[in-house]
Design a protein. Structure first.
Length: 430
């Protein structure tokens, strides 16, 4: 009798579990905004995960206008749990749980940015003018409005790098959509090519490291012809289809070197001395800045990024003062504007980021800004004035890969305490 009861209990439990695991799928079927979805493999913290195509207006100011499909990955814990909204700045690379999802034991909705990867409007309706921060924020607002009908818990938005910018923009345009915001390593540039980056590269780290970086760049440029032999060999061997000619790509590599060095947390001891062999110098250069950055596949895949950068979000150029006499191609301009597609208009609007910057200082509550202390993008990070309850956490010596887990226990406590304050709930202190 006891075995029979246990057997029946197992059957009943299995039925309830299966029924619960199908609830999100059933809800998605009923949502008018959902065009299609399919099941995905998922982490064990979730019961269900789906790749979803969500119907979005191309122009949110025209509710009867054309639409496009925006890709979303949604992973389910429970309808009553919090929701982490991940605002990607590019395409979706993964549906794996973010560290905040584990802290909050949350459902997770990852949204691909409009005009990237699978979220590109059809050619018949494509127009660069609809790729702007206001339209992208309206995309995220539409997602929140649709899924708030399913989820009753707290909402947090987050993103990394350009995705972190997108998080800030979303909350700027729709401050009531979420209960807290956690942008990671998010720049907020105040010019089309923000000069604060030059100052950063001239002051970050130690004098010795900065001098060693400049010596490396100079030595590589002095051996221009030898370096070009390596570059051309790589282009041939790796069958690289370049977006720019080989010499231009090489010059961009060398100019980009200090930015990438600090951004990704490389070490001074890794920099070869000026007396190193040419193969050693070139090997180090392409380790820090690969030629792949200047291939057609990479540049064209980032065309939407460059359109946004040079019209609203800002970017950077290079100071060629110390290197100009060794260069052949970029002697008049070393601007990344070269990578904006030829069919895209460039008309920079400085008011967008300046308005957001002022709003962050004066009105943006319930934000936790995460930065790495050596990351070049920290040069154009937000600056708080103490007028809101938001906090800016900078990991000493941290890079663009800085996450909450990288902070000290004391610093993490500040972050956990703030999350609990903003959300009025306990979080998992990982």
């Amino acid at each position: 009798m006891q075995k029979r009861i246990i057997y029946l209990f197992v059957i009943l439990f299995s039925f309830v579990s299966l029924q619960a695991q199908g609830q999100l799928a059933e809800a998605l079927k009923k949502m008018p905004e959902v065009i299609a979805f399919k099941e995905m493999k998922h982490d064990t913290m979730y019961t269900e995960s789906y790749e979803v195509y969500f119907k979005q207006l191309l122009d949110h100011n025209n509710p009867t206008g054309p639409t496009f499909k925006q890709r979303i990955i949604i992973s389910q814990v429970d309808f009553k749990n919090p929701v982490l909204l991940v605002t990607e700045g590019y395409g979706i690379w993964s549906g794996a749980p973010y560290e905040l999802s584990r802290m909050l034991n949350s459902n997770q909705i990852v949204v691909e940015h409009r005009y990237f990867k699978n979220s590109m409007p059809d050619s018949s309706i494509f127009d660069w003018k609809y790729l702007n921060v206001a339209q992208a924020a309206a995309d995220h607002h539409a997602v929140v409005e649709a899924f708030k009908k399913l989820y009753s818990g707290k909402w947090v938005n987050t993103g990394i790098s350009k995705g972190g910018q997108t998080t800030i923009y979303h909350s700027y345009f729709y401050p009531n959509d979420v209960d807290a915001s956690v942008p990671y390593v998010a720049p907020l540039n105040l010019a089309q090519e923000d000069p604060r980056i030059y100052h950063w590269l001239n002051t970050v780290g130690s004098d010795e490291t900065r001098e060693k970086i400049k010596e490396f760049q100079l030595e590589v440029f002095k051996r221009y012809d030898e370096m070009m032999a390596f570059v051309n060999n790589d282009i041939t061997t790796d069958k690289l289809d370049m977006y720019v000619d080989a010499e231009t790509a090489f010059e961009f590599q060398v100019l980009e070197y200090p930015f990438s060095f600090w951004q990704w947390g490389h070490k001074q001891e890794d920099i070869p001395a000026p007396t190193a062999s040419s193969p050693e110098l070139y090997k180090h250069l392409k380790k820090i800045v690969g030629l792949g950055m200047y291939t057609k596949d990479d540049v064209q895949g980032l065309h939407s990024f460059f359109v946004q950068a040079y019209n609203e979000e800002g970017y950077y150029s290079y100071d060629i003062t110390d290197f100009k006499r060794y260069m052949k191609k970029l002697t008049k301009s070393a601007s990344n504007i070269l990578f904006v597609p030829k069919d895209a208009p460039v008309n920079y609007n400085c008011k967008v980021n300046q308005g957001v910057y002022n709003w962050v200082q004066q009105k943006a509550n319930n934000f936790i800004f995460i930065y790495g202390g050596y990351d070049t993008w920290t040069s154009t990070s937000v600056e708080l004035l103490g007028l809101t309850n938001s906090v800016k956490m900078v990991k000493k010596g941290g890079s663009h890969g800085t996450r909450i887990k990288n902070f000290s226990d004391e610093e993490k406590k500040i972050i956990y305490d703030k999350l609990e304050e903003f959300l009025d709930m306990k979080v998992n202190r990982l």
